[in-house]
Write a protein that binds this ligand. Structure first.
Ligand code: SF4
Ligand code: SF4
Length: 347
């Protein structure tokens, strides 16, 4: 068996269902990406402007090939109406189980050791998932794993877009796979039509400043008042542009068990969430992506979702939140109380 095939087989054994190999050249969309940054569409995510993203060899100078890997996570299915007896929130599907930033590096480390052992001499190597300064989707497209859709997600022609990516940069030459060259979005515009804030732009980028995924996770400040209604019951992330995509209709990639939903997720009861103490929050979301937003960001989102649910039964929980030590939570609880009172005809 060739070294390339042995590496791919070991990657699949470790749970990376998708494997592709590409060359270390600069990513094809770098200029469009720089333009996107220049317009400030990365919002407060300054780490996205790391200049090393221009060329993988700025990350690993000896890089001669790149192994791009993908694993599936649970598919949330099409958007559904909420019929729960008490208002519940909605957590994006990638965050239902363990945090992939914790799970995947353990596997990458094993795979890197396997490669070193196969080669029989030290190989310059760098691995990452999501947090490294790489344009991951560009590399995945060039490694043959799919195309970048109008919703900006990497879409595999058989497996859809509920995929987490990881990369290993290698100081050895491996035969690259054929890039994925076709664009299968065609004339479809379902993702832009489904986006609650209209932040998917005609140039195939999105404006993070209006994206609910950004606003509910990375954003550390308030949810802009003019976008709070659009948040709906989303308390961490947003799947709308993937749920609308026809390529996700019959996904065939079995979700990796590490990312299966924990008890109580993906639809936590909002009034109970709003009462989480700092210790309870940490315990509940230990090793889960929701920890990223911290209690303050999560309860900010929960308060908005309760305001959007408009259920007067939530008023006592919101009134307790008005005493929270975090000003951000208090401010959003005030907004939620006003929303519910408006619905009752009080304002
Ligand atoms: Fe729009 Fe939600 Fe997709 Fe962001 S994640 S682009 S808000 S549909
Ligand atoms: Fe492409 Fe349509 Fe999917 Fe959007 S919804 S990414 S336009 S196929």
């Amino acid at each position: 068996m060739s070294l390339k095939n042995a590496i791919k087989e070991e990657a699949r054994r470790l749970g990376f269902a998708l494997t592709g190999i590409t060359t270390p050249e600069p990513p094809p969309h770098w200029q469009a990406y720089e333009h996107w940054l220049s317009l400030g569409r990365n919002a407060s995510m300054s780490y996205l402007s790391d200049p090393r993203r221009a060329d993988p060899r700025l990350v690993l100078p000896e890089c001669r090939s790149i192994l791009v890997l993908g694993v599936g996570y649970p598919q949330p299915g099409p958007a559904a109406q909420n019929h729960a007896p008490r208002p519940v929130g909605r957590i994006a599907a990638y965050a239902w189980g363990s945090d992939y930033h914790l799970v995947l590096p353990q596997r990458l480390k094993v795979l890197a050791a396997f490669i070193q052992a196969q080669v029989g001499s030290p190989v310059p190597i760098y691995w990452t998932t999501d947090t490294g300064p790489l344009l991951e989707r560009d590399l995945a497209q060039r490694a043959g794993l799919g195309w970048i859709g109008k919703n900006t997600c990497l879409i595999h022609p058989r497996f859809g877009s509920y995929i987490l990516l990881a990369e290993i940069l290698l100081g050895i030459e491996l035969e690259p796979d054929a890039p994925f060259t076709s664009d299968r979005c065609g004339r479809c515009t379902r993702c832009s039509a489904a986006c609650p804030t209209g932040c998917i732009l005609p140039d195939r980028t999105l404006d993070a400043r209006r994206c609910l995924s950004y606003l509910s996770i990375e954003n550390k400040a308030e949810i802009p008042p003019e976008l709070r209604l659009q948040l709906g019951n989303r308390v961490f992330g947003c799947d709308a542009c993937q749920q609308a995509c026809p390529w996700n209709r019959d996904p065939k990639l079995p979700p990796d068990p590490a990312f299966n939903a924990r008890p109580g997720l993906p639809e936590p009861e909002l009034a109970l969430e709003l009462a989480l103490s700092p210790q309870e929050f940490k315990r509940k979301f230990k090793d889960n992506p929701v920890l990223r937003s911290k209690r303050v960001g999560y309860l900010r989102n929960v308060a908005v979702a309760l305001g959007n649910a408009g259920d007067p039964a939530a008023l006592p929980a919101l009134e307790r939140a008005l005493q929270d030590p975090e000003p951000l939570i208090r401010e959003h609880a005030v907004w939620a109380v006003e929303q519910i009172q408006k619905g009752m005809g009080i304002h």
